[in-house]
Design a protein around this ligand. Sequence first.
Ligand SMILES: [Zn+2]
Length: 260
Amino acid sequence: MRRRFVRTFALVAALVCAPLVISSSSAAPQHPAAAGNVLEQKVIGKSVRGRPILAWHLDDRPIEGHKGPTVLLIAAMHGNEGAPRQLLETLRKARAIHGADVWLVPTYNPDGLAAHHRRNAHGVDLNRNYPYHWVDLDGNYESGAHPGSEPETRAMMRFLTELQPDYVLSFHQPLHGVDLDNKRPGFSRKVAHTLRLPATTLDCGGVCHGTMTGWYNHNFDGFALTVEYGARPSQRLMRAVAPRQVLRVFGAFGSFGGQG
Ligand SMILES: [Zn+2]
């Protein structure tokens, strides 16, 4: 039933958003070409200011013939929460990943990152703009003119609908914890334990409105989870420790060359 809804939704989305169809041929020239363990670099959409939102697909070397789960890691949905980008960049530069089919979106909100600002260039909090329990919010949690009003939101909706990852981890700061108030509390607890973060409830002070994880978890079989690091996680944690921990969550491991 849910799958059928998803297909219908995907069809509708494709029709509504036809001019914004995902293209891998328009990759931004300022970024290095796919190399090393990167299979593919894809532009999943553009920001308000026209910056490309890039996704990187890493090669998955099966462990004993078993391909791992499809995992999407997202950082900098809020432009002033950029530290976990280092975690994703370390994975992108890994020599090899074994046991997980990993996609990375290190800079989901490139306009916000450039401005050191939580919201996008329209002043919208992308994590309140998704069409699940959307309400009209103002101020720091400005939710946009209507559900899915922002190009960054629509880009990720298309990408998630196309990829349908088994797991999505969305990295934020600075609340220092992993949310358990969701459809997979057991897995969430495992993530918290493996990443050495407190298991907690990130309930937005009530119902979470218009969040990406809420939208994905409602519409798809896969599971999306918010992971919050602290305000200033160390470079050692982001570049050396956490990349290995994240892979371990999925029964995977990596080779990182000289990066410790
Ligand atoms: Zn955030």
